[in-house]
Ligand binder design. Structure first.
Ligand code: 5GP
Ligand code: ZN
Length: 115
């Protein structure tokens, strides 16, 4: 738990969020400003600042994080239609909240290249 980190506070329940999945390692909740019909954020419960800060000590946690994506896609009804998983990282990546998170976006056709 890192002081003043909004996603740490969502993980612990200090700040309310619409949580769609939680276990001992990861938490998924709806984005407050959805960019698609389904927009879920998936975070490690442990504070990791970004993908740019990841090393092998995080491998188990992040492996687990990836392993629950299909389960969330299934329960959100986008497993068949498809979805996009985005990890904005650092300034050029457009990262605003500095607690590693994957955006699971679906329910509409995505564009490419991204903006
Ligand atoms: P980033 O730009 O860092 O990749 O994405 C941060 C995301 O967090 C944004 O899509 C933003 O809407 C979302 N967000 C920011 N504050 C909150 C909050 O308090 N609750 C929820 N559920 N989402 C938030
Ligand atoms: Zn945090």
């Amino acid at each position: 738990m890192t002081q003043d980190c909004i996603f740490c506070k969502i993980v612990t329940g200090e700040i309310p969020a619409d949580i769609v999945y939680q276990d001992e390692q990861v938490t998924a909740f709806r984005d407050i400003d959805p960019q698609a019909p389904v927009h879920v954020l998936l975070v490690p419960n442990e504070h990791i600042s970004s993908l740019g800060a990841v090393d092998n000590s995080n491998a188990e946690t992040l492996g687990h994080l990836m392993s629950v994506v299909s389960q969330i896609a299934q329960s959100e009804g986008i497993a068949e239609s498809g979805f996009r998983l985005v990890f904005n990282t650092g300034k050029d990546g457009g990262m605003a909240v500095h607690h590693l998170h994957g955006h699971i976006l679906g329910g509409r056709q995505m564009g490419w290249p991204p903006g």
